[in-house]
Ligand binder design. Sequence first.
Ligand SMILES: Cc1cc2nc3c(=O)[nH]c(=O)nc-3n(C[C@H](O)[C@H](O)[C@H](O)COP(=O)(O)OP(=O)(O)OC[C@H]3O[C@@H](n4cnc5c(N)ncnc54)[C@H](O)[C@@H]3O)c2cc1C
Length: 458
Amino acid sequence: MTTGKSIANPAAAELAGRLGGQVLRPGEDAFALELDGFNLITEHDPDVIAVVDGAADVREAVAYAAARRLPISVQATGQGPSTAATGGLLISTRRLRGVVIDPVARIARVEGGTQWSEVISAAAAHGLAPLSGSSPLTGVIGYTLGGGLGLMARKYGYAADRVTAVDIVTADGRSHRATADRDTDLFWAVRGGKGNFGVVTALEFELMPVPRLYGGGLFFAGEAAAEVLHAWRTWTASVPEELTSSLALLRYPDDEPIPDLLRGRMTVHVRVAYIGSAQDGESLLAPLRASGPLIADTLAEIPYTGSGEIYTYPTEPIPYHQRSMMLRELDEATADRLLQLAGPGADCIDPVVELWQLGGAVGRPPEVPNAVDHRDAAFALATVSLPDGRPPLVVDGMAPWGTGRRFLNFLAGPDTADLAEAGYEPATYARLAGIKAQVDPDNLFRFNHNIAPRRPTA
Ligand SMILES: Cc1cc2nc3c(=O)[nH]c(=O)nc-3n(C[C@H](O)[C@H](O)[C@H](O)COP(=O)(O)OP(=O)(O)OC[C@H]3O[C@@H](n4cnc5c(N)ncnc54)[C@H](O)[C@@H]3O)c2cc1C
């Protein structure tokens, strides 16, 4: 096996000499391993990989690419790829890990390649919890820059709403510390504008005083989809903001390692996270438990460290597209249309069709404005489909009830690469494109849900 330090290309060898981490080139065993990510739908094919192990490495790597006008891509877990990186420099942040908790200020500082599982366990030692989402394996930075719709979203808002500082290396190779009072345009843009503005080397954000949840899932047979969906729809209108839930129509294949309960059949899964006592949780959940014949019920009081069990997503790499559409409301007609498209009788083969209840704190603007829109949406619809070449029938079919906007974090795969603009209101997108023109005029950070630089017209 060759090592990153033995690369042939002189320019890349020079970069290798400047990095604490590694430089990898095509043909090396470690190159292919470093490209491995969770969603196999995208195959990145960069000219060179910089495996960074600190902010100084990121500055060196970006400066190297900027001097040569090479496009730059960033990968942590590979959970959220859009367009494949072809050529240029890929910065792998996997070694850039670390969490420091200030328990008095209730702030976490995390390095640029950290996963939620690391923050969850570090925060739990102080009785605190982050605004993490359905999977503890997701990268904190990619998740948060795309908004971050978490398990406690209705109570505390999007993860991006609670960010207090961003350390970022922009396309000129310079580090910035953006906060509510410093580099304010960049601070606004990066919280929602995803990976368009540079490489985040560290993020600081609030933690919540939530050591325990009443959480888990209710599973029903697919035949009960209509009763359960309608019951969930009316129930969500009455639940407090302490309760965030989603409902999924699951069609998992009959394969290992999918749990027996879910394999080779259609099921309905209601996922719940309630910040409150088990007793109150039980009474809140009573109407839903009665909405159809249960095939499993995992709801219980759990430590926040167990929150990764609430959802049932696979943890092994697979190829899939993910698509989304924000919905204005979920009235009877909307739910009936979804059942037509994805209910038990439908010609739907998508493994996951899910609805997340929004409202509460995600429906209100944050204290420090950011680029996350969707405050008007009542539900988020997301689908996961296998690469079978079918058009996105469910999401397209629900368009009449949509706000016209997509949730960027629930878009994955090259088919969604052109949908960045649909992630924002027109004024938000125009401001993002203007800031992009200032901080990345050559659009070096383009292998993402890309916001193309656009100078504001006079
Ligand atoms: C199983 C699963 C569950 C999920 N659950 C949720 C959920 O509950 N809520 C939610 O909101 N989203 C959820 N997501 C979506 C997830 O938040 C996005 O896919 C996110 O982009 C993943 O980020 P990553 O860094 O892990 O992935 P990567 O594919 O490594 O990165 C995706 C993109 O993020 C950007 N990025 C990553 N790191 C940096 C950095 N240091 N600096 C600059 N840009 C960076 C880059 O543009 C990169 O292309 C889930 C995804 C999966 C696969």
